[in-house]
Ligand binder design. Structure first.
Ligand SMILES: C[S@@+](CC[C@H](N)C(=O)[O-])C[C@H]1O[C@@H](n2cnc3c(N)ncnc32)[C@H](O)[C@@H]1O
Length: 381
């Protein structure tokens, strides 16, 4: 029998800045295997993957901890410090930090006291300076030999944990800024949000994925990294077709991926790719980036019509049970219903059910927010 690496009994996952979306991603991939234990935290018991495998799959999880101990909420800082001392015992040189999560209402753990006690016991030790909620991904990735422990409060327990993996920020930036074709006018879907959207379609990678408004190809690039069987994209604009093809070439070269790709010019209300895709993940045309308030009602009307046209078209050829992960814009200064509200009553008639209620993703002060929704083509009864 080969020696399999032993996996910890549980991981705690710290969710990113849009925790609802991060959670939906986890739920879509792991179902019952994952439990939400606080707004910003989830737990996976008996994981079957290493922390590195998980962090490389997820767009919305920023850190993964191994649970070392579970303590009652009444545990005092003094008791915690004694436990931490034990966990930091080593006969090697040590650089450490103790992150504290969801504990802003409590007095801080005294790192200098821990250091003094370890030094008195003969250890060569120093601690890092850093924000209380934990060292940044940059520090943890680039400074070698730092051990980060964490004290994590949830409404039920205090967990003592050790940081095992952090998001590879350099890699996310490489795709965001390094791809050859970028077009800010087309909107700014980040690779992380694109990754979460692809993951909202579930864990099965043996599928053909289609983005009918592919733009620069951000969604298809993330699907390529995740190992989807075939990447299909189309766009009304020939520049986007050439540009996203270039980006996917770049991805294959830079990430040693070989995947079937088909990008073609088409209007999303008419396009009919062959072979038929299994899943659609898309950020459609969202109208102007910075519309004036008085323009919004007309924009909403136009976009509602466009989306009805596309949903009708996709319904002609998508197999029953196929899912569509799609963004609808929400104009924050607008009075009247949003595009999604206009569409709610129509989904049924168009042959879809909603399997994920809208989750808002927005940058601070954004004029146009994104509502991310998952629809499913109704099964015949
Ligand atoms: C918001 S952008 C998509 C950006 C893309 N997610 C990316 O990461 O680059 C919308 C795209 O829809 C395209 N578009 C607009 N109307 C269309 C239509 N009727 N059919 C297909 N594509 C259309 C635009 O050319 C644009 O590239």
């Amino acid at each position: 029998m080969p020696n399999l690496p032993t996996l910890p009994s549980a991981y705690l996952l710290e969710l990113g800045s849009t925790p609802e979306l991060s959670w939906a991603e986890l739920d879509s991939l792991f179902g019952d295997r994952v439990k939400r234990v606080d707004t910003n935290l989830a737990i996976i018991d008996q994981p079957q993957e290493t922390a590195d495998q998980l962090i490389d799959t997820l767009g919305g999880t920023i850190k993964i901890f191994q649970v070392l101990d579970t303590l009652p909420l009444t545990t005092s800082n003094q008791e915690l410090e004694i436990k931490l001392l034990k966990l930091l015992e080593t006969n090697q040189k040590l650089k450490f930090f103790v992150a504290e999560i969801n504990r802003h209402h409590l007095p801080a753990i005294d790192l200098s006291n821990i250091k003094t006690r370890l030094t008195e016991a003969g250890q060569t030790v120093r601690y890092m300076a850093g924000p209380r909620q934990g060292l940044s991904a940059a520090i943890l990735r680039h400074k070698t030999g730092v051990k980060e422990l964490a004290v994590i409060n949830t409404p039920e327990h205090i967990y003592l944990a050790q940081t095992l993996a952090v998001q590879d920020i350099d890699d996310w930036t490489k795709r965001d800024r390094g791809k050859p074709f970028a077009d800010r006018q087309r909107g700014l879907l980040t690779p992380k949000v694109a990754r979460m959207m692809v993951n909202l379609a579930g864990p099965n990678r043996q599928r053909i994925i289609y983005d009918p408004f592919c733009g620069t190809g951000t969604i298809l690039m993330e699907a390529g990294i995740l190992g989807f069987e075939r990447l299909v994209g189309s766009d009304l604009d020939p520049d986007a077709v050439t540009g996203s093809s270039q980006n996917l070439e770049w991805l294959q070269t830079n990430y040693q991926i070989t995947v079937g790709i088909n990008i073609f010019p088409a209007d999303a209300t008419k396009a009919q790719p062959q072979p038929i895709p299994d899943v659609i993940v898309t950020e459609p045309f969202l109208g102007k980036l910075k519309p004036k308030a008085h323009q919004v009602p007309n924009i909403v009307k136009g976009l509602t019509k466009l989306y009805i046209g596309t949903l009708k078209n996709w319904h002609h050829w998508l197999k029953p049970g196929s899912e569509v992960v799609i963004i609808f814009p929400r104009f924050i200064e607008a009075s009247g219903p949003s595009v999604y509200e206009n569409l709610i009553d129509k989904f049924d008639q168009l042959g879809y059910t909603t399997t994920l209620e809208p989750i808002i993703y927005a940058r601070p002060k954004a004029i146009v927010q994104r509502q991310i929704v998952r629809l499913k083509v109704k099964q015949y009864t």
